[in-house]
Design a protein around this ligand. Structure first.
Ligand SMILES: *Cc1c(COP(=O)(O)O)cnc(C)c1O
Length: 330
């Protein structure tokens, strides 16, 4: 039995600091509180981004990180858009690998996994830096053994369809930053309290985007359709992987803008799902909008959702060959 998602940590972290224009060598250290100046840039001006990726233990005991290169590249993109120093890809990769190697005994049996959380933040101690990037920064990598993400397990999710408010500002949707979660939190919290939903699907002005932490896909027997990467949504690695697997299995894959009317028509016949590293691919069973209820696939997780999720999980677990080269052995 693994503790609630994200509440249990390995005893070792990896870290590096950017000062005086260079990154220090990545180091392993015991997980512990650390000191930071109360004027640190991140605390006032939100200069922070993170990643979330997983290492899986296969049946033969070997350990594999899923799409390490993609996550490292995405952290670099987030850092650039936040004007933070960009950790060199080779250094970040070797820090993640080194940490996984060190805590490898913590990795539970599949479908549990080791969740890895790289975290980058600006540390300049200067509250006059509101309109200036942080010169200095710190990079931490946490490791957390995790089990199922959604407490409800296999049950289909209920989503509130928010057609007015945005999750974040449009150009920042592609950045994996705490600020985007902060911007969405009050909206998500109110919807959960009012409508007893699991998540909010953000569709500002009718543009169907994603939830606060997962991408949204429409699925049926022939097709997979999802919002194109236009900067408003996070370029999910799970999203990309499901699209590649779907195309390989013979589905037509479309990345394009989607309107609300199309979604409501789709779900009377087809399926909908959320994708993310934590949740993999989770079926949606109900969309609530205004005073209307739109059941998705009769409220059940659909067969194509299950098929695509299984195809991805078979690669995670090593049951299927790694034909796309997505796994990095540690
Ligand atoms: C992390 C995240 C996702 C999912 O990305 P994955 O790479 O699939 O884990 C989707 N949306 C948002 C807003 C996220 O922060």
């Amino acid at each position: 039995m693994v503790a609630q998602f994200g509440s249990q940590f390995s005893a070792t972290v990896a870290h590096s600091a950017y000062t005086g224009g260079r990154w220090s060598a990545g180091e392993l250290a015991p997980l512990a509180e650390f000191a930071m100046h109360p004027a640190a840039h991140v605390l006032h001006y939100g200069s922070t981004c993170f990643e979330g990726l997983k290492a899986y233990r296969h049946g033969d005991g070997s350990v594999h990180i899923f799409r390490l290169d993609r996550h490292v590249a995405r952290l670099a993109n987030s850092a650039r858009l936040l004007c933070l120093p960009v950790p060199p890809a080779d250094q970040l990769e070797s820090m993640i690998r080194g940490l996984v190697e060190t805590v490898r005994d913590d990795i539970p049996e599949y479908p549990s996994a080791l969740y890895l959380r790289p975290l980058l933040f600006g540390t300049d101690a200067n509250i006059g830096s509101a309109a200036r990037p942080s010169n200095d920064a710190t990079l931490y990598i946490l490791a957390s053994p995790v089990g199922e993400y959604f407490e409800k397990g296999e049950q289909a999710l209920r989503l509130w369809v928010e057609d007015k408010q945005m999750r974040t500002s449009p150009h920042f949707g592609q950045v994996k930053t705490g600020g985007n979660y902060a911007a969405a939190l009050a909206i998500v919290t109110a919807a959960k309290a009012r409508y007893a939903v699991d998540q909010v699907l953000f569709c500002p002005g009718g543009d169907v985007q994603e939830t606060a932490a997962a991408n949204f896909l429409l699925i049926d027997d022939r097709q997979v359709v999802t919002k194109r990467l236009d900067g408003t949504i996070l370029p999910g690695v799970t999203r990309a992987s499901i699209l590649e697997l779907a195309a390989d299995l013979g589905y037509t894959v479309e990345e394009r803008d989607i309107g609300l009317e199309e979604v409501f028509a789709w779900v009377s016949q087809g399926e909908a799902a959320l994708s993310g590293t934590a949740a993999v691919l989770t079926g949606v069973g109900m969309l609530l909008h205004d005073n209307d209820e739109h059941p998705v696939n009769g409220g059940q997780v659909g067969p194509n959702t299950i098929r695509l999720r299984q195809a991805l999980m078979d690669i995670h677990s090593g049951r299927a060959p790694d034909r796309f080269g997505w796994l990095s052995a540690v």
